[in-house]
Design a protein around this ligand. Structure first.
Ligand SMILES: O=C(O)c1ccc(O)c(O)c1
Ligand SMILES: [Mg+2]
Length: 612
């Protein structure tokens, strides 16, 4: 289907918006009146620019407060409309959106509304223009799609149809049955379809619409369900995004436009109009890769955590540290993109790495060039919205390229053959002694303007399932956090974001390591010279009030800085290392517990500010 986007959804000047829409691959645009009024380009120049960019102008909008008004008012409205129709002729736009009136003089009279909209349509027809009448959710007398349609139907004019806007409809629809009335509208009378999602918020609908709309798949509405109803009518116009969003208004237009188009690609897949390569859900974490200018500090932490440096990349300055199933790469090649130690890449175990990359590419994920020596394994990788590189891995599967084969066992290289098994044995012995079994989750702090995009990306590109979004108080701002996981929890990525650009030495990425005995792991870490994040005594006084612990248990937690939480499924004990550069480690003991200790996060963040 044709794809379109309203200029109001993107930041910048009209020219920048058009360029971004075109680069992302949209077929057309809705020109929002304010963008045109503020543009130095003439309507003819805008028309030419769109043509050059390969964009059609699918809609001009909005015209407001037209219908159901006294005759003198309506005469003025027609005069105003004539001006706009002349403008649209110069622009080469043939459909205009008229939204239901919020005017104080508008009366609750459907017959009058029909008659006046019919007159407007007759005038529009002379200009070759069609009127698409939309019910604003806060319209004074007309605020539901079926009401708007009854008025259009009664007017019975060929140049008058309706515009369906998913926000206005779904923000007022408690019951999916309320959508069944869409089937009563002939497809050819639906002149336009605007799509937006939104988080489920209990607030004034106008404010909700003007500030919180987001792209389909980023909020809580069943946009695909609505689109199915609309397609069933035979509607064959564009799928057009109309998103008023405070963040997108500020973010760079080009990435937003790509995010927007991705949402429509996924939507079309959901409604069965396209079949991109199927998602290949990752089945585990092959590795996490840290990039650092100096391997010293991070190696010391890994060593104290019980990791063993088992192998080195044969052509790059990258070490593999291992403990149990947890593998961490330490790369000192340096990253020009950011300074300090940071989490730069994640290896995801994939049942079909090439299929996963094809899916990612079809959904507009930036496929990364393979920077590799000729003899290295070919690895498919894409960049997540925050720049984290995601590698699709097939560890130790003989029929597929194996990233592990690019690494030479360190001891083998140093001491000759025969020691490889011994070094693995050392790593395993470390596992038993220190207790890290695997990577439990990876926590990625998102740039403030990429959070909704990141959720949609991880869901649609990787097939990970988004969990509830939670708010976490930080002493200097509020963080929002949302985990995405696979079905069995073997891949968990916690995405979080601050309300504004944040200090990323505190809001750092982290690697959470699973252990069966966090007390033993924490103790040994400390005995090996590691530094745990100190947690204030008040926290433990509160724990004592909330839960009953066995004798001495709480004292142990207090001594080590272990935090505690509980959910319906089980208990959670966790603690944190101090931060190295922009990354820290967490030791987690998850006894059935499904969450991430969100309740403890404010205490942890405050402690990190103090430690910093
Ligand atoms: O918020 C508004 O006024 C507004 C204007 C035009 C639209 O198409 C819409 O959905 C909302
Ligand atoms: Mg609309």
């Amino acid at each position: 289907m044709r794809t379109s986007i309203a200029t109001v959804s993107l930041s910048g000047s009209l020219t920048e918006k058009l360029t971004a829409a075109s680069r992302a691959g949209f077929d057309g645009v809705e020109i929002f009146e304010n963008d045109l009024l503020a543009s130095p380009l003439t309507p003819e120049e805008i028309r030419a620019r769109c043509a050059d960019l390969g964009l059609t102008i699918d809609l001009y909008q909005p015209m407001r407060d037209i219908e159901a008004v006294p005759a003198d008012e309506f005469a003025r409205n027609l005069r105003r409309a004539r001006h706009k129709f002349e403008l649209m002729r110069r622009l080469g736009a043939d459909t205009v959106l008229v939204c239901s009136s919020v005017h104080p003089r508008a009366v609750d009279d459907d017959a009058l509304a029909s008659q006046q909209l019919g007159q407007l349509a007759a005038l529009a027809e002379d200009f070759g223009i069609r009127i698409a009448y939309e019910a604003l959710a806060w319209g004074r007398h007309v605020n539901t799609y079926d009401h708007a349609w009854r008025i259009v139907e009664a007017a019975d004019h060929p140049a008058l149809g309706t515009c369906l806007d998913s926000f206005h409809i779904l923000s007022r629809t408690a019951d999916p049955k309320d959508l069944e009335g869409i089937a009563d509208i002939p497809g050819e009378k639906i002149f336009f379809l605007q799509l937006a999602d939104a988080p489920l918020l209990a607030m004034d609908v106008l404010q909700w619409s003007r500030h919180y709309r987001c792209f389909p798949g980023q909020g809580g509405f069943d946009v695909a369900g609505l689109v199915r109803h609309v397609l069933h009518t035979g509607y064959d116009g564009p799928l057009s995004l109309e998103v008023f969003n405070d963040v997108f208004r500020q973010a760079e237009a080009c990435p937003t436009a790509v995010d927007a188009l991705r949402s429509l690609l996924v939507l079309q897949e959901e409604v069965g109009r396209t079949t991109p390569p199927a998602p290949v859900v990752p089945t585990g974490v092959a590795f996490a890769e840290l990039v650092t200018p100096d391997a010293g500090p991070v190696s010391a932490v890994l060593g104290a955590l019980g990791f063993t440096r088992t192998a080195r990349h044969r052509s790059k300055p990258v070490d593999l540290w291992q403990q149990g199933e947890a593998r961490i790469l330490v790369n000192t090649q340096g990253s020009a993109r950011r300074d300090g130690t940071g989490l730069a890449a994640i290896g995801l175990e994939s049942p079909d790495p090439t299929g996963a990359a094809h899916r990612a590419e079809a959904l507009l994920a930036p496929v990364l060039p393979r920077r590799r020596a000729p003899e290295d394994a070919t690895l498919d990788a894409v960049a997540a919205p925050d720049g984290t590189e995601l590698f699709f891995c097939a560890t130790d599967r003989p029929e597929l390229p194996n990233w592990r084969a690019d690494f030479t066992d360190t001891r083998k290289a140093e001491q000759g053959t025969g020691h490889a098994e011994r070094s693995t044995a050392v790593a395993e012995q470390g596992t038993r002694a220190r207790g890290v079994t695997r990577i439990d989750h990876l926590a990625l702090v998102q740039p403030w303007h990429h959070f909704d995009e990141a959720t949609l990306f991880h869901h649609s590109v990787l097939g990970l399932h988004p969990q509830e979004s939670v708010d976490v108080a930080d002493p200097y701002g509020l963080m929002r956090s949302r985990a995405v996981t696979n079905a069995d929890g073997s891949v968990r990525i916690a995405l979080s974001v601050g309300a504004a650009p944040t200090d990323d030495t505190v809001h750092a990425q982290h690697i959470a390591l699973a252990t069966d005995d966090v007390v033993a792991a924490a103790r040994r870490f400390r005995e090996s010279g590691g530094r745990l994040l100190p947690i204030p005594a008040n926290y433990y006084d509160d724990l004592a009030a909330r839960y009953e612990f066995a004798d001495g248990e709480l004292e142990t937690y207090r001594e080590l800085g272990i935090l505690y939480d509980r959910d319906a499924q089980g208990e959670f004990r966790h603690c944190y290392t101090v931060t190295v550069g922009r990354v820290f480690f967490e030791l987690v003991q998850r006894d059935g517990y499904r969450g991430y200790g969100a309740r403890n996060a404010p205490v942890r963040l405050a402690a990190q500010h103090i430690a910093q």
